[in-house]
Each structure stands twice: as C-alpha cells, then as structure tokens.
Design a protein around this ligand. Sequence first.
Ligand code: MLT
Length: 407
Amino acid sequence: MIRLNENYSKLKASYLFADIAKRVNAYVAAHPDKPVIRLGIGDVTEPLPPVCVEALHAATDEMANRATFKGYGPEQGYAFLREAIAQHDYAARGCEISADEIFISDGSKCDCGNIQEIFATDVRLAIPDPVYPVYVDTNVMAGRTGANVDGRYQGITYLDCTPANGYVPAIPGVATDLIYLCFPNNPTGAVATREQLAAWVAYAKANKAIILFDSAYEAYIRDPQIPRSIFEIPGAREVAIEFRSFSKTAGFTGTRCAYTVVPKSLMAYDAAGAAHPVHALWNRRHTTKFNGVAYPIQKAAAAIYTPAGKQQTGDLINFYLANAKLIREAMTKLGFTCIGGDNAPYIWVNTGRDSWEFFDLLLNKAQVVCTPGAGFGKCGEGHVRISAFNSRANVETALARIAAALK
Ligand code: MLT
C-alpha cells in the first residue's frame, strides 16, 4: 500500500494565490458584466523590454541553425549570464561574489522552496510573519514542523512584523539555524537598513546559522541608503544565501529566469560538527535535479545588463513605482495607514478590519482584487496587500472604484 507524505495534511488545502484565484474566478463567472481589476498576485502586466525581445529573437535564430544550435547547457547557467550578474549586480556595488557562486534557475519561488532540502530535517527555523507562503509551506512539506495550532505551525520561531516594529522583525531571543528574510519585503514592502541587516548577520554568525535572503524586489529600492544585497554587509559571505529574480526586475514572470548566490565560504555542519561547503551541496542538488534555463531565455536575461537594457528595465520599474505611489497616496487619503510602495511594488494597508472581509468588500463592491493579509500569516490579519503591477489606466480605475466603495 503506497503511503502518502502525511506532512501535506498539515497544510491548508490550497496555496494562497490559488485560493484567491478560485474565489475571483467564481465571482467573474457569476458577474460576467462586471470587469475585475487584479491587484492581488504580484504578476507583471507590461511587455518585456525591447532589448530582451531582440535577444530572444536572435537566440531563437541561433537555435534554428546547425552551426549555432545548443543542446543541454551548463546546469548552473551560461558563463555570459553568470559573469554579467557578478559584474553588474555585485562587483559594481562593492560585493565580492564570483560568477561561479551564481546559479541560474527558472525562478526564485522554486529556489526558495528547494533550498531547504540540503539542510537537516531538525534544523530550527526562524520565519517572519507575515511572510511569502512558500518559505513556511515547503518546510511543512519536508516535515520540519508540527501541527498548525491556531494559525501557526509548531516548531517554527515566528518573527513578528507589526506596526510597532515598522514591520522589520527583531532578532529572536532564542538560537535558530535557518533564517528566512525578505527585503524589500513581500508582502509588506518594508525595507531593512544596513544596521538592521548587520544585526542579523551577527546573530547568524554567533549561532552558526544561515540566512536565506530573498531580494527578488531589490530593483525597486530607490533609497540609496538601503542595501540591495545582503552581501553589502561585511561577513555575509559566511552566513547568507541570496535569491534574486528577473521576474519583477524585467517582466520575466512568464519567461522564467532567476538566480541564487551561494558563496563558497558558506558552511553547514555534520553531526560530528565538521564543516562542509554549502556551495558543493547546492551544486550537487542543482545538477541532479535541474537541467538549466533555456538558452534564449538566458540571452534575454543577459540583455538587461547592456546600457539600453539598464535604461529600459529602469523605466519599467519606475512605471510600477509610479503606480505604487498612486495607490499609497489614495489609500492614505482614505484614512488608512500604509507602508511600502516607495522601495517596493507592494503597499501594505492597515485596514483595522478582518482581512478576508475587506478582500470580499473590495471584490464585491469595487471589483478590485487585493491579497488578504491573513493569507501571509497571523500578523497579517487586519491588513491587505495591494500590488502595483498593472496598467496605469487599471490602477486609476481601481482606485476610483475603491474610493467610491468605501465612501
Ligand atoms: C506574490 O504575489 O507574492 C508573488 O507573485 C509571488 C511570486 O512571485 O511567486
């Protein structure tokens, strides 16, 4: 008799964004005459930058020609892309990251979800609340938690992000081994200062712990004082892995390309206390279970590092940030306290009401989709997340409808 992985039974029946999509689709089916505007899931709407499209076309032509055709590429990614990343995303910002410490993949969601399998099943987890659900759910699947009691899994040290701490969690008073941090934050849009990140690096070092740093939204940081990479913090090479994505930087949600940085100086320990390079473990995992991102996609990603590519992606991000500003201003004017939207594409609105109720209200009265804060964790209750990813016209219409609905 085949047995199932019973850890799955501890999970909610469906993934947050699948659950929301189901509710929205049911509403659309019941009200075909009421067009819905989606500011829920953070999915880009604007076309790929022209440099990426040109690179895609050129690479596709190479694949059509026997002399330039490519079969399997390196699992870790082509050197042209890894070198461009090392140079433009790290060396240019004073970070010491070499091209062979960068692993190209088809998404940060997959990498954030998969990375945990190279660590022991009994590592102690520290996970923010509210949080991107993938960090929690993948650890539940792996059997690192107990049951969900009153909205929280046993065995996780939750890092509360609340109005009182500006939604940047405090260092826990207990030792933990695997720490998830995300800045600019999804869902709150909060950013962490250099001093705050330095405190996390010191905590990780003191505990021989590892920080999993998700910086998928780093391109949205406009405040020059805010670090864009954990590797801007001295000592981070010994304690951190960083996840980055082209999804929100260059509109690649449908094109799929991301990367994970695993410094060679990062160690994990065996039961006898001997140190082992995490880079070798991730390389083993990656080469066994992944066969690389398509060549044309990697060419398209590399194109964003050209002068024209930098200009075009900068324009794209500025466009979404201008949406974010409109949303934050409009929600503030309606009397809500908001954060995010200035260095992030998400606006975290403190509604002071049940978040699913507020979600239903916006859907039914304004035909606008947001994400209920409770879906990101217990501390998300009372909040909703509004995404800036949409056309200007849709954002303006959505804001007018919200204002009318809340009158
Ligand atoms: C979100 O809405 O939080 C994002 O779309 C998540 C993701 O990038 O997977």
